[in-house]
Design a protein around this ligand. Structure first.
Ligand code: ADP
Ligand code: MG
Length: 647
């Protein structure tokens, strides 16, 4: 134990930030707000809170460090617990949505920025806290942006509070300006040269990523590979393709150890990216932009950059938030390439043309608050008692249009009254760490007598898209297994409910999951989320009633939150969203995609924009329910335009 502790201690001293320890502490003593800029891996996230703890700040109150991503909050807390030689959840802990790993003892708390917003609503002066470090500030998530304004205000009220704003890119001036000219400390990183090679894709981008990985593996010097892809689905596809290739050529090449890395991956599996590998083997990590700045992985010499990422986006054109695969910014492309030069000279293969980089990619990513659905932000602000949005000190304000749309929707959901004040329902909704539409659906479920069922559906929808899987060689069997849950064309929501309930009947058996081509780890996550939702529902005094057989009631509850997500059949297979986009389709993986004739009215969970515009998680509904459920949102006249006879 002594040896390992000494080893870790020495490691800490090797980090670039260590040289600046005294200067940092001095600057923090002398200033209330400090902006810190340093390359990924320089030690900001893991070391700064420890320095402050060692310097005695935690005697005055705890240190909070925010992270935009759940994964980062968990893994960094785990790492710091090891470095401090304490048990995770004791002196060092983390808080993320649906999981609180802190205790009375905790003095260093890593949490998602969303969780800090919740802390603000229960304790606006954060009086038990001495330092707030807003980390990964360059990511500019909506929650981080709101936190900027709240902590700026708080710092004026509490002279004892210290604020650290830390960021990986050199856009520090903007942060400094915003925080009344706070000083900036720059920590130079270790950066070796990185050769950048461009390979304009001929094939599908995933095929290209696989080819590039194998090319490096076979022809290049030792060193691990980091591949940037858009999300879980692509990562799992590439993983499967690589494993397939390795099976065929395995004996002719060195061992290739493949690790996926995305937000929804369970912690144990995420942690495996840090495992040492046998000599002569090579590690390849297939990651989302999590690996861009928020997680540091040692030993990477090669980066393969798809040039794409999945971003939440809101456009007045679609009048809807959606996940959209988009080009990354030049700044991101540079960050990604930089990952290859941390331990020595590296190489980065960009799967796009130099011209694309020069002329298509924006310099910086637009802050999320200006490109995404801000309904939940507006609800959070209202719950914090903030009503004057015009004078709220946004670093970059959201557009008036998206603000008005958000207020309209909250009104239609019953969260605000006509004066714009939060209603009882609105207050309840703000208690749930969910999209307001999901919260509304949960609250409505009580009225329709199906709280248990809707809770399950909400939990299943919260685990993203990874419930079913379909191995290449057993596709037909996997499809049949899935079809059994969809029997009667009940729709995807009810199918998810059936999956969960069948699993529950087997006493949550993993064997059952395997037989039915269902991801056991996603199911376990759904169960955890469901448990948390149940606690919240009980706390909110919502009766947990149940009526598994009244499918219409369940769908009405869903529609009570998702009435803006209504599609109407236009031509064959093509839908129009009632107040928005034309020409959207049911996602090919939806059980409703193969129903003939096509359902005329559907409710859907989310819109996914790839090459086409798809509705994902779809169920058939009756238009007359809309009049009952959303009279403020749709007028009868408006609905009659589409299908007069059906009303
Ligand atoms: P920054 O926040 O400046 O990007 P970090 O504090 O996250 O840097 O990381 C500093 C160093 O700590 C990394 O270079 C890496 O060596 C090590 N490290 C961080 N997290 C882990 C982990 N979970 N396991 C092993 N090493 C880690
Ligand atoms: Mg960091």
């Amino acid at each position: 134990d002594y040896v390992s502790k000494k080893h870790i201690g020495d490691g800490r001293k090797c980090l670039p930030i260590y040289q600046f320890k005294d200067k940092l502490l001095q600057m923090i003593r002398d200033n209330q707000v400090l902006v810190i800029v340093g390359e990924t891996g320089s030690g900001k996230t893991t070391q700064l809170p420890q320095y402050l703890h060692e310097a005695g700040y935690t005697k005055q109150g705890k240190i909070i460090c925010t992270q935009p991503r759940r994964v980062a909050a968990m893994s960094v807390a785990a790492r710091v617990a090891v470095e401090m030689g304490v048990k995770l959840g004791h002196e060092v802990g983390f808080k993320i949505r649906f999981e609180d790993c802190t205790s009375e003892k905790t003095v260093v708390e890593y949490m998602t920025d969303g969780m800090l917003l919740r802390e603000f609503s229960s304790q606006p002066d954060l009086k038990n806290c001495s330092v707030i470090m807003v980390d990964e500030a360059h990511e500019r998530t909506v929650s981080t942006d709101i936190i900027f304004s709240l902590v700026k205000d708080l710092a004026r009220q509490r002279s004892d509070l210290k604020l650290l704003i830390s960021s990986a890119t050199l856009d520090a001036e903007k942060f400094s300006d915003y925080f009344d000219c706070a000083p900036i400390l720059e920590i130079p990183g270790r950066q070796y040269p990185v050769d950048i090679l461009y390979k304009q894709p001929v094939d599908e981008i995933l095929e290209e990523a696989v080819a590039a990985t194998l090319h490096i593996h076979v022809t290049q010097q030792p060193g691990d590979i980091l591949v940037f892809l858009t999300g879980q689905e692509d990562i799992e596809t590439v993983e499967e393709m690589l494993r397939e290739k390795v099976k065929h050529y395995g004996s002719k090449m060195g061992e290739l150890i493949i690790h996926p890395l995305f937000a929804n991956l369970p912690t144990e599996l995420q942690a495996r990216i840090f495992d040492p590998i046998p000599e002569k083997a090579r590690k390849v990590i297939l990651a989302t932009n999590i690996a861009e700045t928020s997680l540091t992985i040692e030993g990477i010499r090669y980066v393969i950059d798809s040039g794409l990422c999945k971003l939440s986006s809101y456009s007045p054109r679609t009048d809807m938030g959606s996940l959209q695969v988009t080009d990354i910014s030049k700044a991101s492309a540079m960050q990604r390439a930089g990952r290859a030069g941390r331990t020595g000279p590296g190489k980065c293969i960009r799967l796009y043309a130099p011209d694309h980089f020069q002329n298509q990619m924006e310099d910086n990513c637009v802050p999320e608050i200006q490109r995404s659905d801000i309904v939940s932000v507006v609800l959070t602000l209202k719950a914090l008692g903030i009503n004057d949005f015009k004078n709220f000190d946004f670093m970059d304000p959201p557009s008036d249009e998206s603000m008005i749309k958000a207020l309209e929707l909250l009104y239609a959901l019953g969260a605000l009254n006509s004066k714009g004040d939060l209603t009882r329902i609105g207050k309840l909704m703000a208690e749930f760490p969910l999209d307001p539409k999901l919260s509304r659906m949960l609250i409505a479920a009580e009225k329709y007598g199906c709280a248990e069922e809707v809770m399950t559906i909400a939990a299943m929808l919260s685990v993203d898209n990874a419930i079913f899987y379909s191995p290449k060689n057993l596709q037909a069997m996997a499809e049949n297994a899935k079809k059994r849950f969809e029997d009667g064309d009940v729709g995807d929501h009810i199918a998810l409910l059936r999956v969960y309930n069948s699993w529950k009947e087997t006493d949550f058996s993993s064997g059952w999951c395997r037989e039915n081509f269902i991801q056991a780890r996603s199911m376990k996550r759904a169960r955890d989320v469901r448990d948390q939702l149940m606690n919240l529902m009980e706390k909110a005094g919502i009766e947990l009633n149940s009526n598994p057989n009244d499918l219409d009631a369940i769908k009405k509850a869903i529609m009570s939150g998702f009435f803006p997500h209504i599609g109407i059949l236009q031509g064959s297979g093509s839908y129009r969203i009632l107040k928005g986009l034309q020409n959207v389709q049911i996602h090919p993986k939806s059980g409703m995609a193969r129903v003939q004739p096509n359902p005329r009215w559907v409710v859907f969970h989310e819109l996914v924009l790839t090459r086409k515009e798809y509705m994902r998680h779809v169920s058939e509904v009756k238009p007359k329910w809309l009049l009952e459920i959303a009279p403020h949102y749709y007028e009868r006249k408006e609905l009659e335009k589409f299908f007069p006879r059906q009303l």
